[in-house]
Design a protein around this ligand. Structure first.
Ligand SMILES: CCCCCC/C=C/C(=O)SCCNC(=O)CCNC(=O)[C@H](O)C(C)(C)COP(=O)(O)OP(=O)(O)OC[C@H]1O[C@@H](n2cnc3c(N)ncnc32)[C@H](O)[C@@H]1OP(=O)(O)O
Length: 359
């Protein structure tokens, strides 16, 4: 069921009763969803650069684009319920002595109705994956793999599912220079993708909007992918001087045949949700207006199936491939380490950062 006006008003009251300050990023998100749900797309002039608070609010609201009012209302209710009823995300992880026991900064994680939901929460950056977000996704997946839920779902907050690797990750160059940066990125990426290869329960992507780069390639490692008809799937690796990752050099040709995989991974052809479904990357596409309701109704029903049996059945489908996928992941990361040091890649990143190019 879609959130009603009453659910929305209850959620507004709940916000006032929160015991813990949710932090500025979440408060901005709540503000933006409230404005979108009540007034629609941002319709006021952008405040001046020195009006910091109002500019941050304006940015948060305008980043929701044309998100429909009822989707904004639903997202607001979901976000408030995650803040008020769910345990601290860190409580799902057994922290080791060297791990930070703090909550997530880049994710919202909830666990209810047998479903652990990991939501990318950097909507003002189109949910680009920062270094911290890679680390937090790994922690959240580890926690989800050990909790009682039957299913784990990844989805995005805001108008995007995810815009892929945060290109500013490459601007933080250590004393050892670009070579050291490429090496440490190789290790981070390999460990990150490994978590998806090894994930033991059914892993579902709820693709609420456009998906770019690594957020697309990883879909080949998910067990089901549900997409809004607003979603698009884009892997512009060649334009970025980069090469495929997330095991897509193996999973995509297997899923869609090598010619279609080449169009996506080598030539950067962007697919609509319907095209991605026709090619087997997406399980089913829903109209955006009913997407959230239909998908969550279905997932809640699936999550009632016996959790251990779901694990066993997933494992028997995936286990034969695991060694192969590990080898593919290692090879892709070696190739990327070299690509990241290439002139093609550096020029593409400089172009993005200087806003000369939009993909
Ligand atoms: C440890 C390293 C592992 C690396 C793994 C390898 C992974 C590879 C990939 O994922 S390759 C794909 C990388 N992604 C991109 O190339 C997308 C870049 N972004 C864009 O092209 C556009 O921003 C867009 C099409 C996603 C959205 O365009 P638009 O609707 O016009 O919005 P804005 O461009 O104004 O974006 C709003 C805001 O978000 C910032 N942003 C968006 N995407 C990224 C990104 N991937 N990295 C960093 N920042 C991003 C954008 O700069 C704007 O910020 P601002 O408001 O200007 O501060």
């Amino acid at each position: 069921m879609r959130a009603s006006q009453k659910d929305f008003e209850d959620a507004m009251n709940q916000v006032k009763l929160l015991k813990k300050d949710p932090g500025n990023e979440v408060k901005l998100k709540l503000y933006a969803l409230y404005k979108q749900a009540t007034e629609g797309p941002c319709n006021v002039p952008k405040p001046g650069v020195f009006d910091l608070v109002n500019k941050a609010k304006w940015d948060a609201w305008s980043t929701l684009g044309n998100l429909p009012k009822d989707s904004a209302r639903q997202n607001y209710v979901d976000l408030v319920s995650s803040l008020s009823s769910s345990p601290e995300p860190s409580s799902q992880v057994e922290p080791r002595a060297d791990e930070k026991p703090a909550g997530y900064e880049t994710l919202v994680v909830t666990s209810e109705d047998g479903i652990t939901k990991i939501m990318f929460n950097r909507p003002t950056k189109k949910n680009a994956i920062s270094t911290r977000m890679y680390e937090e996704i790994m922690l959240a997946l580890k926690a989800a793999s050990e909790d009682k839920s039957a299913l784990t779902v990844l989805t995005g907050i805001g108008d995007y599912y995810c815009s892929g690797n945060d290109l500013t990750n490459f601007t933080d160059i250590p004393p050892g220079g670009v070579e050291e940066k490429a090496k440490s990125s190789h290790i981070l990426l390999r460990n990150f993708v490994q978590c998806f290869i090894d994930f033991p329960k059914p892993l579902i992507a709820v693709v609420n909007g456009p998906a770019v780069g690594i957020s697309v390639t990883l879909l080949g490692l998910f067990d089901a992918v549900y997409a809004s008809d607003r979603a698009t799937f884009h892997t512009p690796f060649s334009a970025l001087g980069q090469s495929p990752e997330g095991c897509s050099s193996y999973t995509f040709p297997k899923i869609m045949g090598s010619a279609k995989a080449t169009e996506m991974l080598v030539f950067g052809k962007k697919l609509t949700a319907g095209e991605a479904c026709a090619q087997g990357l997406v399980t089913e596409v829903f109209p955006d207006s009913t997407f959230q309701r239909e998908v969550w109704t279905r997932l809640k029903a699936y999550a009632k199936l016996p959790a251990n049996t779901l694990r066993v059945s997933k494992n028997i489908i995936r286990s034969r491939e695991r060694e192969k996928l590990r080898a593919v992941n290692a090879e892709e990361c070696i190739t990327l380490e070299e690509r990241w040091q290439s002139e093609d890649c550096m020029n593409a990143i400089m172009n993005f950062l200087s806003r000369k190019a939009k993909l």
